[in-house]
Design a protein around this ligand. Structure first.
Ligand code: 5AD
Ligand code: SF4
Ligand code: FES
Length: 355
């Protein structure tokens, strides 16, 4: 049971969950060790069941534009990718996705897109208020990248209450290897702190196994999340895209991603943790495994089937073929086969009881 360096897995698991201040050395040991993660998964699942039972929250993902002004080295939507046909959904097309989603039981809509300046603040506000006006019992989540504080305030006034923006990596020099010089970790963090200051429930997160990532970088990610305290934490393996500078790079590993999901569940018992599409892309049962490792959210695609292939963040993305019109039904089976159940619920993060 005891391995090199004298660390005991059960002891680390216990510390992660209670004290919340496991040392960097112990995290490094946990992230790098060879051997079974069964005890780690079981501990994370226990914590998840104590707080969320077997409930899995669903978010309807609407990928409304694949235009992007940025040039992140890892992403297929980067502006220099000239091999990609670009699209934008109209306001009525977006609302149509919500209509379908609502009847399928979705009570959260995530509007995700590249950083597409053709959508002005007024456009975004109009779309948000369209949806909240028609579906007052639903939450609108935005995931449209870095904008000014004033823009974020305007979207909030229009009714958006949640915002997803992964920090991608909390290490400044690693950030520089994944992004062009005009992007900065500083501005990314500024956005995240502005968002939570305004009152958004924020989601952040990072890629696992992105090029040049070290264990120390991952520990920085965990430490940054301890400071930010987001409501949602989304992670997924890096997957190379053939039309980016990272074509041919190694994909992130399933094992390490699952291990990190469990660590996140133990460190952040109340967090919303999605079992991501990227996880389902590197392994056919990746999302089921993510749930068993501590994740409690799935985000099926609600985008029109005709554009799904065009939202190509990485190669071989699942849920883009003709079979994908009913991700909702497909996921229902997957979630129940893993031993959990999808609920029709707005799905806010639970909070610790007042003591
Ligand atoms: N592999 C995995 N995830 C990626 N993302 C972008 N490109 C890739 C890739 N090649 C993730 C980023 C972004 C989210 C929308 O998709 O983390 O925040
Ligand atoms: Fe644009 Fe986001 Fe892709 Fe970067 S990760 S190129 S900001 S869509
Ligand atoms: Fe999309 Fe199965 S969840 S096709």
């Amino acid at each position: 049971k005891r391995a090199f360096m004298g660390f005991d897995i059960d002891e680390i698991i216990c510390e992660l969950n209670n004290a919340h201040d496991t040392s960097d050395d112990k995290l490094k040991f946990l992230l790098e060790r060879n051997g079974s993660d069964d005890r780690l998964f079981a501990a994370a699942d226990r914590v998840r069941r104590e707080i969320y039972g077997i409930d899995v929250y669903i978010r309807g993902l609407i990928e409304f534009t694949n235009y992007c002004k940025n040039n992140c080295l890892y992403c297929g939507l980067r502006r220099d990718n000239k091999n990609l046909r670009r699209y934008r959904l109209s306001r009525s097309e977006i609302l149509c996705c919500c209509d379908e989603g609502y009847s399928l039981g979705f009570r959260t809509f995530v509007l995700q897109g590249g950083e597409d300046m053709a959508f002005s603040d007024d456009d975004i506000c109009g779309i948000v208020s369209d949806i909240t006006g028609k579906y007052p019992d639903c939450a609108v989540t935005l995931s449209i990248g870095e904008r000014s504080r004033e823009s974020y305030e305007a979207y909030f006034r229009a009714g958006a209450r949640r915002y997803l923006l992964r920090h991608e990596t909390a290490d400044i020099s690693h950030y520089g290897k994944l992004h062009p010089p005009e992007m900065s970790l500083e501005n990314r963090k500024r956005c995240l702190y502005d968002l939570s200051d305004i009152g958004y429930r924020t989601g952040s997160g990072f890629m696992v196994g992105s090029p040049y990532q070290t264990t120390e970088n991952l520990i920085s990610d965990l430490r940054f999340l301890q400071q930010l305290k987001p409501a949602m934490i989304g992670i997924g393996p890096f997957i190379a895209h053939c039309d980016t500078p990272f074509a041919g790079q190694k994909n992130g590993s399933l094992t390490l991603t699952l291990r990190l999901i469990s660590i996140l569940r133990l460190m952040f018992p109340y967090a919303l943790i999605p079992s991501t599409t990227a996880l389902g892309t590197i392994h056919p049962e990746g999302r089921e495994m993510g749930l068993k490792a501590g994740a409690n959210v799935v985000m099926p695609n609600l985008s029109p089937v005709g554009v799904r292939k065009l939202y190509s963040l990485y190669d071989n993305k699942i849920c883009t073929g003709e079979e994908s019109a009913q991700c909702r039904g497909c996921l229902e089976n997957r979630v129940s086969s893993a031993g959990y159940r999808i609920v029709t619920d707005i799905g806010d993060a639970k909070k610790p009881a007042e003591r």
